[in-house]
Design a binder for this molecule. Structure first.
Ligand code: SF4
Length: 379
């Protein structure tokens, strides 16, 4: 095993994927993400984890790059089972290469030698059992881009759903109609990072704006529960004009989609911009509200953003969920998902009752949990 590279190791941890076609010239067309890479024999996609071997598309299988138990508010989902524990797993690799990625150790593991993330062998059943053992209510594919490993996510979520768990993607939204149809039976919640509303900015990150907008429209039409996050980066995506257009777009899809505008702090290769201040978040939130968005949240600066951590009823304005950071301070939504003061429906996926908060901080599953198979000691 000594001397094996991460790419060589991961090339062994694969199986034939479902999300591809064979083109008339013999190349394969992958449609797990919006790049829709055409792959001649021996070629790998932009994501570096899916590749054409002998006319078959091989895709990641049988491992995780990390597992963590997070409060669902960290994803962030604010309108889905508040207080629930979200058992979160990821694989390795990404179809984008954002210079400020906060999960770069897993997402850029195949591009950046400084990103060292040992893959751990496991099975869908073991992950679902471990989630139950940790008292998770939700299971989420996150930390790297879940779209590019959708075959594995679906296998895990089949077990999760059989065990009664709610499932979700935390994604950059660079999808295709085919991958959304493929995951629809198995994914309940979908968070999209809408990183900018300028195609030139998206190209800097390795993507394009249009497939992401198309994915958001489709997700809503297909009745996934969608929440959108924009990390506000001074000097990158924070002009008034860009936030105007971005929030007007979200409101045009549905004013009921929660929009989280969150504070940037220097990370990975993007350490020059100043950190986002509370005033910047509040100004962006004002624009979103003025554009008709009913549920606007300001994140990453707990206690500094007034009531923009709370959920208010769109009918009477009463607070129905009060928060501080990931912590639920008060929960008043009725068992049928309404405001207790005026009976206005609060859009989202609500549990029949609030069972308290299992954890308000992330934690690594305990030692008595899942036993992962170490695939190599080289990493
Ligand atoms: S997942 Fe995306 S980047 Fe990877 S091979 Fe498929 S289309 Fe290309």
């Amino acid at each position: 095993m000594s001397g094996i590279t991460l790419a060589e190791l991961l090339a062994r941890e694969t199986r034939e994927g479902d999300l591809y076609d064979t083109l008339p010239d013999g190349r394969l067309r992958c449609f797990a993400c919006g790049h829709c890479c055409p792959l001649p024999e021996g070629a790998e996609g932009v994501c570096k984890v899916r590749f054409n071997q002998g006319g078959r598309l091989l895709v990641p299988w049988g491992y995780v790059g990390g597992v963590q138990c997070d409060p669902i508010e960290k994803k962030p989902f604010f309108h889905a089972h508040p207080g629930a524990l979200a058992y979160s797993f990821g694989m390795l690799g990404c179809d984008l290469h954002c210079a400020y990625c906060q999960n770069w150790v897993t997402s850029q593991a195949l591009r950046d030698p400084a990103a060292v993330a040992p893959p751990l062998g496991t099975s869908p059943g073991d992950l679902a059992n471990d989630a139950l053992r940790q008292r998770a209510r939700v299971m989420v594919s996150t930390y790297n881009e879940p779209l590019i490993t959708s075959e594995w996510a679906v296998a895990v979520f089949k077990e999760a759903k059989a065990a009664g768990l709610v499932t979700g993607y935390v994604s950059n939204g660079n999808g295709t109609p085919q991958v959304l149809e493929y995951i629809r039976p198995w994914v309940d919640l979908y968070k999209v990072d809408l990183k900018s509303f300028d195609d030139r900015h998206y190209r800097q990150l390795g993507g394009r704006l249009e497939p992401i907008l198309d994915t958001i429209r489709r997700l809503h039409a297909m009745e996934f529960w969608v929440e959108i996050v924009t990390l506000l980066i001074p000097g990158f995506n924070d002009t008034r004009d860009e936030i105007e257009r971005l929030t007007a777009f979200v409101a045009s899809v549905s004013p009921d989609i929660p929009w989280h505008v969150t504070a940037f702090h220097g990370d990975y290769k993007m350490t020059d911009p100043q950190n986002t201040t509370a005033e910047m978040l509040l100004a962006a939130a004002d624009i979103g509200q003025a554009n008709g968005l009913r549920y606007v949240y300001a994140g990453n600066l707990p206690g500094c953003v007034g009531d923009l951590e709370d959920t208010r009823c769109a009918g009477c304005g009463d607070v129905v969920v009060a928060r501080f950071g990931y912590h639920i301070r008060d929960y008043r939504i009725t068992p049928d998902g309404r405001c207790p003061s005026c009976a206005t429906r609060v859009p989202g996926r609500w549990s029949r009752q609030f069972d308290g908060q299992i954890a308000s901080r992330p934690f690594i599953p305990g030692k008595r949990g899942i036993q992962f198979k170490v695939l190599s000691t080289d990493f």
